[in-house]
Design a protein around this ligand. Sequence first.
Ligand code: GLA
Length: 394
Amino acid sequence: MGAAGDGGDVTAAVAEQFQRLYGAAPEGVWAAPGRVNLIGEHTDYNDGFVMPLALPHRAVAAVSRRKDHVLRVHSADIPGGIVQLDAAALVPLSDTGWAAYPAGVVWALREAGHEVAGADIHLASTVPTGAGLSSSAALEVVTALALNDLYELGLNATELAVLAQRAENDFVGVPCGVMDQMASACCAEGHALHLDTRDLTQRQVPFDLAAHGLRLLVVDTRVKHELGDGAYAERRAGCEAGARALGVPALRDIPYGELPAALDRLAAAGESGTVRAYTRHVVTENHRVERVIALLDAGDVRAVGPILTEGHASLRDDLRVSCAELDLVVTSATAAGALGARMTGGGFGGSAIVLVEADTSDATAKSVTEAFAAAGYAAPRIFPAIPSRGAHRG
Ligand code: GLA
């Protein structure tokens, strides 16, 4: 099984790299994690409920302020050297590549009226990219937290997450919801974050799997997912069409008990089978979050497993955001005795999560790897999801 995140030396190493690049020590070093989502998928842009947990994998940023408006960003992970921009003249949707994530945060802060000038930034990340584990949100949130501290803006974690989402929506141009940025900014070690994406109220739910003899595995299929390619935006538009036809602000407003009637109304209004299926996914998925919360609160963690698998079927059949590799993780893991499994994140590739008895974890991982080999797929990357802390100063 792969290493879970990085060691404790990363902060010092990133500070040293900063000094070599920019000729002086950074004013500070900050970290923000990637995430997996336990349950509540494609609900955040429907004002619904989500339940992510932060991974030990994280983006680390060494940052210093500048007196001028020069914004210099460098990544240890991406070749190409320092990218230099003008913090006072940032243009949304301009083609700045990966630098759009930190630059978008500077833009969003300035748009919101915060006095942010230039900065020197060096970033290094252990969050796998394109794996549905929120590597971009980690870059955004770590930049937002660093600038908030350095420029003494006084914004709280939720406000920083909302600004980071604005950077991704309006500067990078990806129409994501707020889950990933909230997870990176607000998660707590040993907990999952129960978040209402309508009003951003949140509760830290204890999620100590080891105490129950359980483990949550992340299986990165290595099929690169892309949220910017239109399929995500199409799901979002379909859900919004459903809400409009039902006369509600968002699909979150359809209670689970009213789903059959709502589906009838959509059919009577001439809405397509696609819109009806998307609606069914969102309403049942919100209900699944509620069921999982009730089970966790009751200490019945094993019973969460089948709800994860049920959620996967809904994402596969109703929302149609899965792919063959993700489906194979779920079928092979559950056939090997896992308690439950589902894709996590946006889908179309990326990662799945598998809930297993700790003592069968290695055998399950082996079964999934063998199933991938038999199907002719590249070997997946499998590691445990250890609920870790959200963004913090290093
Ligand atoms: C991506 C988006 C999130 C969320 C998930 C699906 O990760 O960035 O906002 O919509 O997909 O739950």
